[in-house]
Design a protein. Structure first.
Length: 85
């Protein structure tokens, strides 16, 4: 949670509920408004920014190099369409 560029809270926030048009929902479409309630942090102010990070686990590809060592190959595309900044 960022407020005026300063970190107000760092760490995971468990989502207690998500509401859209007064109904409790499990997903909300991209670009739509919703209300979110967190179970551990409640000191939100207008203008606060929620910084969300999505972690992805994937198996690394390792190859042997001429010197006898190993090297991890990163074959991910530079930018995935619709993802990232």
């Amino acid at each position: 949670v960022l407020r005026d560029g300063e970190e107000m809270h760092v760490g995971l926030l468990d989502v207690f509920s998500i509401r859209r048009h007064r109904l409790e929902v499990t997903t909300v479409g991209k670009g739509t408004d919703c209300g979110v309630t967190f179970s551990a942090y409640t000191d939100f102010k207008p203008g606060d920014v929620l910084q969300c990070i999505h972690f992805v686990k994937r198996k690394a590809e390792v190859v042997r190099v001429e010197s006898g060592g190993m090297r991890v190959i990163d074959d991910r595309p530079e930018k995935v369409k619709g993802k990232g900044r």
